[in-house]
Design a protein around this ligand. Structure first.
Ligand code: RAM
Length: 865
């Protein structure tokens, strides 16, 4: 019997539902079959069980919408079936219900409303309104957003399970709305809608060195909502926020800040506030505030609660304080169930590490990261609503009674929150420390993919640093389906750039007083991240949409580079956090900052040229190729010797020359050898910062020094990837030595224990160590090319590609043989490059090969070490 079937029909990028954010969403599906070499010949898409569109050809990822454009609030059933190139036809897939989440032109009409009488600044609060439903409701959709963060309730119930809505965007240019199906919450008769809210990112004070200030021009939050009711008789009605709504500085949340934390007072609970019949006579009418942009539909999965982590240990510190250890550095907040005398206050302080046995809060700088819980006298359940902390430890004071392990476990849970992306990458090998490193990279991503890609989740920062995601985006694309998340953020990148004369600055959203300056490897996020979305997800629309942003970044660089075609004399971060940089001067790296800058000009110009070719713009392609070539020649002339030395004789310098393809083949080998020599001289310790770290293992591997890369990976002394693991880290650190070997915290002012940049090596672990890499956009073609290294006996990776699950891995058989296994998804092919064999192509299915283990055969790889 045939096993051919279509699974996972998807609409646009999101994985948590079939949402059409445009009238012509793209469709994707996955085909599974036990058969081998399966290719799609054509596909049929059935709308509402009858209307069938036939799509010829083999594409099954991001296929253009084959029906007339969708209307707002459209709901349709979609099914897909495929015909193989061999003529076999699959059954129809399970139906998926697509829902339009965009509004029609001019349909946004909700006013942004805030409290007339705020108590404090910024002031959390509640707003509400009631409405009558006189007919049977066929469908109800709630569109809502905020200058701040909010949750909406209808008739006493949360409309969804998202938190911190609408997330953080460059609010002055772009703000997103939810479009939640609330049909089940609306009743015939009297209804109520309510929103609870706080300031969140909108009123947070951003900036360092005592310069922190609000940036969005308001010190109070406000919310907007409109409920579209479609009746069974075909008529419709809209209930929208406006001056007739009422609001109060009421509710359990007394004060709230992203950095500071929250004060919750259970005595302030307002029973029934979002239900009909609640007496709001004492609540003043709201005030209407300006909403300068028309909200657009949310493109990415929202932030949700993704896991609960129990207390692992209750510690009494040397000074006698009670500290809970959750065993994992995570991002979220505590849920606490407690009974105690009314008015008693429990204080929770959060931190990532202990120092001298006490909570290590110095790295938090000005972030208080403190929640206060005021008890009602009955049984209370608290969970901060509008804040989050990065922590493994929490200090508890004011607990009524003893807090032993049993009590703590029953009463307190860490609730992990983050953008709710679909996990797609798994890796394991014979070395437990490397597996823990991988686990740490995953946790680092979970904590820092919270509405926007951030640098750290704990201190008074948590910003969308462009350089960090520039280096981490390939790994992010491997571990989770982060296409929607990053495409969403890239819209802010484009908006900020447009407002800044083409410059992509340090952080997006741009909130730093001097943050709109260009810096190499940071602003290059404009070219790199869209390229990653195209290469890893096959997302050509992201590439096309970002193309103007990509181009304007490089145009700006060309302007700055002038006739010499070198980017000189300006501020740079350079190879940030080189392990040899002094704790208080993280930009002082071994590689000159201008060498980094010039290399990035070449790299970004090439990426624009490639995008131009892909998007059918041959003139642009020729122009940017020429820019790249001129910049490359200038770079070589200025910074290299004829024999192949770079004037900064540093690991990162050679890694860039090799990874960004700046030199001819002969010089490349010379530089690869020099790079290996530098690593050897460093006794296999890492010598790179943000720029070099993501590429050094590839640069070594590509020049025949895979075993040197392996020794770097397996190094446990400081600095190295595994040093932090041996120190008990459960996330990747900002500095190679965020914690010093003696257990004290690095004296630098900037020391996070949850930073993804150095975790970028994980991508190499998938692509090279295990051997599972994309060879064509979206993994339409795979490259199976494992690189076994000394010290590891087996390694394997599994990746849920847009076409389905792929696997690759190897195992030393012990007799001089290497067993290699791979799974190639249906409708894809793979080019296979095994040690000692010429490359060849295979079709989909399961594959196994046995080859001579190159490490045993002594082909020089081991001898070179
Ligand atoms: C710090 C962080 C961040 C980096 C900037 C330049 O804020 O290390 O990751 O991008 O500096």
């Amino acid at each position: 019997m045939s096993t051919l079937r279509v699974t996972a029909v998807r609409v646009e990028r999101r994985r948590d539902g079939a949402f059409a954010e445009t009238p012509t969403p793209r469709l994707s599906w996955t085909v599974e079959t036990e058969g081998e070499n399966w290719r799609q010949g054509s596909a049929e898409i059935r709308l509402d069980g009858s209307d069938v569109a036939r799509v010829t050809g083999s594409e099954s990822v991001f296929v253009d919408w084959p029906f007339p454009p969708l209307a707002p609030r459209a709901r349709h059933t979609l099914e897909v079936r495929v015909t193989g190139a061999d003529g076999e036809v699959s059954p129809w897939s399970d139906p998926v219900t697509l829902r339009s989440v965009f509004l029609g032109e001019g349909e946004w009409r909700a006013a942004l409303v805030g409290l007339a009488d705020p108590a404090g600044e910024p002031c959390p609060g509640l707003v509400r309104a009631e409405f009558d439903v006189a007919k049977d409701v066929a469908a109800a959709t709630l569109y809502a957003t905020a200058h701040g963060v909010y949750q909406a309730q209808i008739n006493g119930r949360d409309v969804d399970d998202a938190v911190l809505k609408p997330g953080w965007s460059s609010y002055q240019y772009r703000i997103e709305h939810e479009a939640t199906d609330v049909t089940a919450l609306v009743e015939r008769g009297r209804n109520a809608v309510g929103m609870c809210f706080a300031g969140g990112w909108f009123t947070e004070k951003f900036g360092f060195h005592g310069q922190a200030r609000r940036v969005y021009g308001a010190d109070q939050p406000a919310v907007a909502a409109q409920l579209h009711l479609t009746y069974t008789d075909g008529t419709s009605e809209v209930v929208a926020s406006g001056p007739d709504w009422r609001g109060a500085a009421a509710g359990v949340v007394v004060t709230s800040g992203i950095y500071d934390g929250e004060r919750l007072d259970a005595r302030r609970a307002v029973p029934g506030w979002s239900e009909p019949g609640f007496d709001d006579a004492g609540w003043p009418s709201v005030v209407v505030r300006d909403l300068d942009v028309v909200p657009s539909p949310a493109l990415a999965e929202p932030v949700r609660r993704t896991q609960e982590v129990p207390v692992r240990e209750v510690i009494t510190t040397p000074s006698g304080r009670t500290v809970l250890d959750f065993g994992q550095n995570l991002v979220g907040r505590l849920r606490v169930r407690v009974s105690g005398p009314a008015g008693e206050v429990i204080t929770l302080r959060h931190a990532e590490v202990l120092e001298h046995g006490e909570l290590g809060v110095r790295p938090l700088r000005h972030a208080k990261a403190t929640d206060e819980l005021v008890l009602s006298g009955g049984e209370d359940v608290f969970e901060p609503a509008f804040t989050f902390h990065g922590f493994r430890y929490a200090e508890v004071t004011g607990w009524p009674g003893a807090l032993d392990l049993d009590t703590a476990r029953a009463a307190i849970t860490a609730v992990v929150i983050g953008s709710d992306m679909h996990r797609t990458g798994w890796f394991e090998c014979s070395e437990p420390l490397v597996n823990q490193l991988h686990e740490n990279v995953v946790w680092g991503m979970r904590g820092n993919f919270l509405s926007i890609p951030t640098d750290c989740p704990q201190r008074d920062e948590r910003l969308g640093w462009t350089g960090d995601i520039q280096v981490f985006s390939p790994t992010a694309a491997t571990l989770f389906d982060s296409d929607a998340f990053l495409a969403d953020w890239l819209r802010d990148v484009a908006a900020e750039q447009a407002a800044s004369d083409g410059v992509l600055g340090f952080v997006v959203p741009q909130v730093l007083p001097d943050g709109d300056r260009p810096a190499a490897a940071w602003g290059d996020a404009a070219t790199v991240v869209p390229t990653v979305l195209f290469e890893r997800f096959g997302d050509r629309r992201a590439l096309a949409e970002q193309y103007p942003s990509m181009r304007s970044w490089v145009d700006k660089l060309v302007e700055l580079a002038g006739e010499r075609m070198l980017w000189e004399g300006m501020f740079q971060f350079g190879d940030w956090l080189d392990p040899d940089s002094p704790p208080d001067r993280p930009g002082e790296a071994k590689v000159d900052q201008e060498i980094v800058a010039g290399a990035h000009l070449v790299r970004s110009a090439r990426l624009v040229a490639r995008a131009a070719r892909e998007l059918d713009r041959p003139n642009d392609a020729a122009y940017y190729d020429d820019v790249a070539e001129r910049a490359r020649r200038s770079w070589l002339r200025e910074y290299t010797t004829p024999a192949g030395r770079i004037v900064s004789d540093a690991q990162t310098a050679y890694a860039m020359a090799i990874a960004y393809d700046l030199v001819d083949d002969e010089t490349r080998q010379v530089m690869g050898d020099r790079l290996a020599e530098l690593v050897r001289r460093a006794d296999f310790h890492i010598g790179t910062g943000f720029v070099g770290t993501p590429i050094i293992a590839d640069a070594l591997t590509d020049t025949g020094h895979a075993d040197v890369a392996g020794r770097l990976l397996l190094q446990t002394g400081v600095p190295s990837w595994l040093y932090a693991v041996t120190m008990g880290a459960t996330t990747v650190w900002e500095r190679w030595d965020s914690m010093l070997p003696d257990g004290t915290i690095n004296p630098g002012q900037m020391t996070s224990f949850n930073h993804y940049a150095f975790g970028a090596v994980a991508d190499w672990m998938y692509r090279r160590l295990a051997g599972l890499a994309p060879a064509a956009p979206g993994y339409r073609q795979l490259r199976i090319a494992p690189v076994p290294v000394a010290g590891i006996e087996h390694a394997s990776a599994r990746h849920e590609t847009p076409y389905g699950v792929a696997e690759a891995g190897w195992r030393a058989a012990g007799d001089g043989d290497l067993l290699v296994r791979a799974v190639v998804p249906a409708n894809t092919t793979a080019v296979v490059e095994l040690p000692g064999t010429a490359p060849y192509d295979v079709g989909s299915g399961r594959h196994e090969w046995t080859v001579a283990d190159p490490r045993v055969a002594g082909d020089g790889a081991r001898a070179a070490v």
